[in-house]
Design a protein around this ligand. Structure first.
Ligand code: DSN
Length: 421
């Protein structure tokens, strides 16, 4: 139907080609990013995008749902099996939506929720004052201890004091294990609903590399990309008793037509995440993060929370070498390494110009990189930070980055090209 993109819209085709080149040539260390498989991309770009499907399988508001019902049921069944969930809703358009949908299903305006402070590794949608969630509900924020772990004692005290309706675990910049049993015990004592946002670590859980929170929590939300390596959307897993309220809060309460191409792609990603090879991948992601931690520590970098137990490292760059997160983010971009600036615990600066960076290993592990490459990347980060104003050194590092990434193709077409060369 019609022309190929490159013949019909050169400007957009060029931008996509540029982004493809950036992904292929660079080193992606943004902890929340990854590369989907060609099969997931194919489902995402499929005709499923044309279909409206308000409602749920077997109970829709428009006709023509034989195949949309089929992919949505496949996605639900595969995810239920991976995580041992009683109920799964795969329609949230994002992780932020998934969180708001759960709040609106299970809370009343003004109810109290305990959630982690953003600067200590929490997430904006866990009640940061700039968000809608904070305007609607009374969020009380907990922090990490001076030793850098979630302060379960403080959560216990806050829970007894504030009697929250919900306690929220799950983080976007926290690198340590989460003690779900402690959370469950505290929630039970005060009669709170326990919700976990596993967006960052869903793939590591699916692969068996981290503990599965689903059995111990009432509700678990997630994005479906990040370490799970699916399309960009959200999901809600919950106990059966919350299923009806959550499904209704999503549709008709919060969203209209689900994005069926995303749901088809999620079904594909869930099948991939069920394979033995995905478990191997998940474990390698954590091993790579540990190697990166060891190497960066040797070079004097300050790792927040003391260490990593998962896929990410939060680094206080001011304490490491006197540079702000923005400066380090910018110099690394010059050499082809992508990170994000990030607030650190007890951040003395602003969110726009914070004291640290966050790095993660899901994407580079998908490319097949291992300990040797982690050591090289850590050395490039060290050199780039030490030689920020040395243009020649930066060009030299970029050359080394390009040479290494050329050996780690991402997309099938690239892999075929390399094979036939
Ligand atoms: N943007 C995602 C992240 O980078 O952690 C979550 O909002």
């Amino acid at each position: 139907m019609g022309k190929k993109l490159k013949d019909s819209d050169v400007a957009v085709a060029d931008a996509i080609a540029g982004e493809t080149r950036r992904q292929v040539e660079g080193i992606e260390l943004i902890a929340s990013e990854n590369y989907v498989s060609d099969a997931v991309l194919e489902a995402l770009g499929s005709v499923m995008t044309n279909k409206y499907a308000e409602g749920y399988p077997g109970n829709r508001f428009y006709g023509g749902q034989e195949f949309t019902d089929r992919v949505e049921t496949l996605a639900q069944d595969r995810l239920k099996k991976i995580f041992g969930a009683e109920h799964v809703n795969v329609q949230p358009l994002s992780g932020a939506n998934a969180n708001m949908i759960v709040y609106s299903a299970l809370l009343s305006p003004g109810d109290t929720v305990l959630g982690m402070d953003l600067g200590h590794g929490g997430h904006l949608t866990h009640g940061h004052p700039v968000t809608l969630s904070a305007k609607m509900y009374n969020f009380v924020r907990y922090k990490t201890t001076d030793e850098g772990v979630v302060d379960y004692g403080a959560i216990h005290d806050l829970a007894r004091k504030h009697r929250p309706k919900m306690i929220l675990a799950g983080y976007s910049a926290y690198s340590r294990h989460v003690d779900y049993e402690q959370f469950r015990m505290i929630a039970d004592e005060v009669g709170a609903i326990l919700m976990m946002d596993m967006a960052h670590i869903a793939g590591l859980i699916a692969g068996g590399a981290l503990e599965n929170p689903v059995p111990l929590c009432d509700v678990v939300t997630s994005t479906t990309h990040k370490s799970f390596r699916g399309p960009r959307s959200g999901m809600i897993l919950c106990k059966s008793q919350y299923a009806e309220a959550i499904d209704k809060a999503l549709f008709p309460g919060f969203q209209g037509g689900p994005h069926m191409n995303n749901i088809a792609a999620l079904a594909v990603a869930a099948s991939e995440a069920s394979q033995v090879s995905f478990g191997v991948y998940a474990k390698k992601v954590i091993q790579n993060a540990k190697v990166m931690e060891e190497e960066l520590k040797k070079e004097g970098f300050h790792i927040c929370f003391g260490q990593t137990d998962n896929h990410l490292l939060l680094i206080d760059t001011i304490k490491s070498n006197g540079h702000t997160g923005t400066e380090v983010d910018a110099v690394l971009e010059k050499v082809g390494i992508t990170v994000n600036k990030n607030m650190v615990p007890n951040e003395p600066r602003s969110a726009y110009d914070p004291s640290g960076i966050r790095i993660g290993t899901p994407a580079i592990t998908t490319r097949g990189m291992g300990p040797t490459e982690m050591k090289r990347i850590a050395s490039w980060i060290t050199r780039a930070c030490a030689e920020m104003n040395n243009a020649q050194e930066l060009v030299s590092i970029k050359g080394e980055v390009l040479e290494m990434t050329a050996g780690y193709p991402i997309f099938q077409e690239e892999k075929n090209t390399i094979k036939t060369d």
